[in-house]
Design a protein around this ligand. Sequence first.
Ligand SMILES: NC(=O)c1ccc[n+]([C@@H]2O[C@H](COP(=O)([O-])OP(=O)(O)OC[C@H]3O[C@@H](n4cnc5c(N)ncnc54)[C@H](O)[C@@H]3O)[C@@H](O)[C@H]2O)c1
Length: 391
Amino acid sequence: MARKSESKGDARGRNRPLRGALVGYGFISSQGHVPGYLQSARERGDVEIVAVADMTEARRLAAQQALPSARIYPDHRSLLAQEAGNLDFIDISTPPTVHARIAHDALDRGLHVFCEKPLATTLEDARSMLAHASRARRVLFPCHNYKHAGVVKAIREILSSGAIGRVQTVTLSTYRNTHAKGVAEWLPHWRRDRMLSGGGIAMDHGPHTFYLAFEWLASYPTSISARTITVDSDRYDTEDSFTATLTFPTGVASSFLTWKAGVRKVIYTIHGDRGAITVDDDDMQISVVKPPNGDPTASTKWTTERRSISSNWMDASHVTWFRSLFDEFKAAIDADDFVGKDALEAYLAVQLITTAYRSAALGGRDLPLATEFRSTETARAELESVRSDAE
Ligand SMILES: NC(=O)c1ccc[n+]([C@@H]2O[C@H](COP(=O)([O-])OP(=O)(O)OC[C@H]3O[C@@H](n4cnc5c(N)ncnc54)[C@H](O)[C@@H]3O)[C@@H](O)[C@H]2O)c1
């Protein structure tokens, strides 16, 4: 039975910090989330981490050292049994195939859920998570932290100024010299094991690529064609490189992701009808078409501005992006925005990844995407119907 949000989990009128518990104390939790929470607690007194669950003993010991006053559990169920009445939210930082199970258990206890990407590894799981959050009137919020990188914030400002006009083409390339490794005490290569990861670099990095493309093209895609490549197929069953072309009502996005690069890097290009932005890590180039000089035969000329914006791309924990991400989660709690735009986009990312894998299995065939989530409004209507069906 759904509980009203005016209970303990509601931030409105709350005069105490949000109380959270972590499930999974591995790389991103210990290097990204916990330092972010501790800084926020120190400077703003807005959050307290009261408990941690991790299935690996060495990680439980590490958690106890980092958070001496937190209570530590071997699994999320024992944590919820003891702590749920004392919590506002749960932070899920385990590998993706167990996100859904943990989220459902937390929502059943009336907790808000802050969940690492990808939200889930199957569309059914992602859909049931959104429906459950909507029914339970609790926030489901994905960690879409690339939205908070310095360069990405600068792109947002340039696009909203209209400087490059209407965006119609974007390319997003992410180069990594290896798959990201989890903590040594558990299974550092879990991203190369489909049972734990649900897929390779598309599952791991695709969500970041796709929500940036949605924002820059200001719409949601209608079809995708994709290819996957697994150079290490003798050892691993997840892809190490991925290419995709996404058709949008407003234009096209092309993406290349690889764990087989010579250097760690992002390269983005965003093309409008009056100019373009190109990004190479912190370096940004903004080209704007010069007004015509009256000569119809003259070739187009651009003015180009160069900027350098520190975004800490080399730090895989992205700890410097955490505060504004966490602020958005808190704002969603305050606004009762249970299944907001970010959750819908997390769902759509799972839809894109799973459709991309089907496309790759069909030799790269262009596959249509369900139209129900093309706009936030239709998505909300769809969710409302899921919710009423479930009640
Ligand atoms: N947003 C980002 O930039 C970013 C960066 C890195 C990782 N991530 C995401 O964070 C999540 C974790 O990745 P990581 O690199 O920190 O992995 P990791 O291997 O370093 O940590 C996972 C931890 O979870 C624990 N664990 C595994 N299954 C568990 C379960 N069922 N219950 C309790 N504990 C469990 C392990 O013991 C380990 O300590 C993934 O979803 C990943 O995609 C996001």
